[in-house]
Ligand binder design. Sequence first.
Ligand code: HEM
Length: 407
Amino acid sequence: MSPLLSFSFAWRWLTSSSTRKTKKSPPSPPTLPIIGNLHQLGQLPHRSLWNLSKKYGPLMLLHLGSKPTLVVSSADVAKQILKTHDLAFSDKPALTSLKKIFYDLNDVLTLPYGDQWRKLRSVFVHDCWVLNTNTQVWINSLNGYNAALDNGVRVRDEVMDAIIDEHLNKVPTAAQSETNSSTASSRHSFVDNMLSIYKGNSPGVSIDLVSVKALTLDVFTAATETSTTALVWIMTELIKHPKVMKKLQDEDIQKMPYLKAVINETFRCHPPVSIYVRSARERVNLMGYEIQPDTMVLINAWAIGRDPSYWDEPEKYMPERFLNSSVDFKGFDFQFTPFGAGRRICPGIGFAEASIKYTIANLVHKFDWALPDGAKGEEIDVSEKPGITIGKKYPLIVVPTLSLSDA
Ligand code: HEM
């Protein structure tokens, strides 16, 4: 073989192997035709995906139908996505169902990263304080999903239109506000504040009526079920662990560091949003793997809260692990991200924390709690209910009696 030909072969081998190296994909479980890995999600995807990750690793590539989907199950990989490559992974997948439900992606929760998202997020964050005072195309049309979705969207419209109608005429226009300054102070709800911006009362900021509805829907969907799910899990764990309940009831109500530890530990064991979703805006080299644009990313906060590199005895409910620890859910500790992290971290984090603290402090200090018919707390069923938020499968039925100190 001539030296030139040998060189040419060697060069082609070298360049093709280096291409292979940067283009390789993360480990994947085998797929089925058309549905890919959909059949492996099961009823409780956070648990099924956690089990799969034990075999395929903390960064897996699945195919949900035809959609390439990364699944993140460890704190170290989460840090790569939410910190190192946060900008590249700050999109949300534009799923058909989300488009229908969230007014064609006119809200903060589902909008792709960009100027419109930045604008709506700043409006949303600015007005959040008000709350303190007050592969579907292959199957969906056949199984009735599309019809159910359309029906849900119709009901959503009826509810949202009724809310907007109720508030619209009460909120003054910019001109009316100028002539009567007292009308401005009559606004007090999130919807009123959004409508006030819509009517031109906030110079430099403008939103249309569709965005008012979409942002209000964000509060309903992102704020209410998450917080109530968290409250039920906290009360469940307290009743299941009477010593923890007693320690909390004995705590000085002015400071309550143990309450914070109880809330943290419950979020670790039962993050209400067990899996949250991102999407790649561009091609990314992630830990040696080439990730394609539009790849969906599922961050399994539930599995990350059990990452054995960061948590001792992760299956044990132990609020004490958070005492004298700086680990918190504010988005800097990637082993504990029940509210996400990075650019798209939950903007309701402060409101959620304050309302949960306040509610639990009142419930445990004012009442003693027991299960009906003398059942033991230790025996309480902690099965989970499938859904976007993972709640308790069976309702928590408890009997309060006025605490002796309050009687
Ligand atoms: C226990 C209560 C809550 C939990 C566990 C929770 C959790 C989350 C999570 C995991 C995300 C995704 C973050 C990411 O992609 O990095 C998120 C986003 C969001 N949350 Fe919350 N949340 C809660 C309460 C609230 C409240 C009270 C509000 C509003 C008042 C709210 C509004 C939102 C919005 C608008 C987004 C989308 C942010 C964006 O994409 O830019 N959430 N939340």
